[in-house]
Design a protein around this ligand. Structure first.
Ligand SMILES: [Cu+2]
Length: 131
């Protein structure tokens, strides 16, 4: 009985440790560039989740914010690791029409959009719903 509890505790600890590690690896990407995408065809939260996932799983992505109302996605990424064309292609691959609106480095983006909130990674943790 006692060893069963210890086993369960161990399993839980391992799961927590692994998810913490996965999180660290993901936020470990330092975004130095911000791409703003115009996406048409998103109709519900599931579309948003699909778009987010398609972008997020690419290498070099630091943050993804998708706003269904404006059809805008703001993506923070490492320019050395991924090209904006690859990001739009990932979204287009889902069947959405995706256009690259703007690419700027972090400083440019902040000065152009001073009211956008940034995520803790220093990339575009943008709250587009404020627009
Ligand atoms: Cu949908």
């Amino acid at each position: 009985m006692k060893s069963k509890i210890i086993n369960i505790t161990l399993v839980i600890l391992v799961i927590v440790a692994l998810s913490a590690l996965a999180f660290l690896i993901r936020v470990g990407v330092r975004g130095d560039t911000v791409a703003v995408l115009d996406i048409s065809g998103m109709t519900c939260g599931s579309c948003v989740a699909k778009v987010k996932n398609a972008i997020q799983t690419k290498q070099g992505i630091a943050s993804v914010d998708v706003d269904i109302g404006s059809g805008r996605a703001v993506v923070g990424y490492a320019a050395a690791k991924v090209k904006p064309a690859a990001i739009t292609a990932a979204v287009a691959g889902l069947g959405f029409t995706c256009r690259l609106v703007e690419v700027s480095n972090l400083a440019e983006f902040k000065s152009r959009h001073p009211n956008m909130a940034f995520g803790q990674q220093g990339a575009a943790g943008c709250d587009c719903s404020n627009k």
